[in-house]
Write a protein that binds this ligand. Structure first.
Ligand SMILES: Cc1ncc(COP(=O)(O)O)c(C=O)c1O
Length: 366
């Protein structure tokens, strides 16, 4: 019998299949409030649903290269041509394809801590290392340390705008400095639509073929389960990454839904407006609690530090889950901050219940 384990590429040794306990839990009991994964709270709008059904009716057919969708995305991004756009099964696939196109085993990416957890996981699957640089006190990227860590081995630097979980936007100068190095710079803009595309780094990719922007319909468009994302970059760079694309990576259903969602910019603005309203409400209510620092966000999630209250991240998240059926996100301690947790902004009703639950937790301790 063949020894399958011995046939495996060695760098898979330390890797695990993706599994999210809280997502499993939320699907098992749909009465729970999902305020942990930065999803949109509303089901797809009718215009999108109708097109998802149209796509489903054509599921006996393979999709084409979806040029009409690339054209629409280009139009929405200061008139980029379709060859500046690459489509993916969520933006995670776009990030993954970019890494696989540019990294060899033994090379490395640089990320900032805290950040989206999948970057280093995808790098590890290629056999690449991750160099992690802690953010500065106000959660700004520590650009000096990042630049000092760039060596022959480093091929990719990934920094989000705005960053998850910290919520802050990234100044242009960060990317402008990084693109001067002989590396690929990825700017993850999964949440950019909440603050508006005027905060996007598209003007920088126009001048720098070594920078890629990733986007998704999972967040402000509210279509996480549909799995649709895209990359923006110089046609030469996009053409390289395109070699990695799995044939028909975007399903017929997803293509129909995505096109309808991209056409419905009023629907997108309304969803973003509701989320930003919820953000203002949660930020202002939770700031009233003694000992809590509520970090202002440009995304659909709010990072909170409760360390001075003595409560740990796990205590808060477990209590709110057990007592109120609301799933929040526990965060790994950052330096001396052991009370970090993250709330995904949801519907008005869920936001209000969450605020009450968090207030009740802290008042029961005082
Ligand atoms: C910063 C960031 N990038 C990308 C993603 C993943 O998006 P997608 O659903 O498009 O794969 C997430 C999801 O939480 C995220 O927080």
């Amino acid at each position: 019998m063949a020894d399958v384990k011995k046939l495996m590429v060695p760098w898979l040794e330390g890797c695990q299949a993706y599994f999210s306990e809280h997502i499993e839990k939320a699907w098992e009991d749909r009465s729970l409030s999902r305020m942990m994964s930065n999803e949109g709270p509303m089901p797809p709008q009718k215009k999108v649903l109708d097109q998802l059904v149209e796509g489903a009716k054509l599921c006996h057919r393979y999709p084409d290269s979806l040029k009409h969708i690339k054209k629409k995305i280009g139009e929405l991004n200061s008139g980029l041509d379709p060859d500046w756009v690459l489509l993916g099964n969520g933006s995670t696939e776009g990030l993954d394809m970019t890494m696989r196109a540019f990294l060899r085993p033994g090379e490395a990416i640089i990320q900032s801590n805290p950040c989206y957890g999948i970057y280093s996981k995808r790098a590890a699957l290629i056999g690449a290392d991750t160099i992690t640089i802690d953010a500065l006190d106000g959660w700004e990227y520590d650009l000096d340390s990042i630049e000092a860590s760039i060596s022959e081995k480093v091929k990719v630097v990934i920094l989000a705008n705005p960053n998850n979980p910290t919520g802050n936007l990234t100044p242009d100068t960060v990317y402008e400095r990084l693109v001067k190095h002989n590396i690929i710079v990825i700017c993850d803009e999964a949440y950019i639509e909440y603050s508006g595309l005027e905060n996007s780094k598209v003007p920088i990719i126009k001048k720098n073929p070594n920078m890629i922007i990733s986007r998704t319909l999972s967040k402000a468009y509210g279509l996480a389960g549909m799995r649709f994302g895209y990359l923006l970059g110089h046609p030469e760079t996009i053409a390289i990454i395109s070699r990695m694309v799995m044939s028909w990576n975007v399903s017929t259903i997803s293509a129909f839904g995505a096109y309808a969602a991209l056409l419905d910019q009023d629907g997108l603005r309304e969803k973003a407006r509701m989320t930003n309203e919820g953000r203002d409400y949660i930020e202002s209510e939770l700031s009233k609690i003694d000992g809590l620092t509520v970090y202002h966000t440009y995304g659909n999630y709010i990072l909170i530090d409760a360390t001075p209250t003595g409560a740990t991240s796990a205590e808060i998240v477990n209590a709110v889950m057990e007592k109120d059926g609301i799933i929040l996100r526990q965060m790994t301690p950052f330096k001396e901050k052991t009370g970090l947790f993250r709330i995904t902004i949801s519907s008005r009703e869920e936001n209000e219940r969450c605020v009450e639950a968090v207030k009740a937790f802290f008042s029961s301790r005082s």
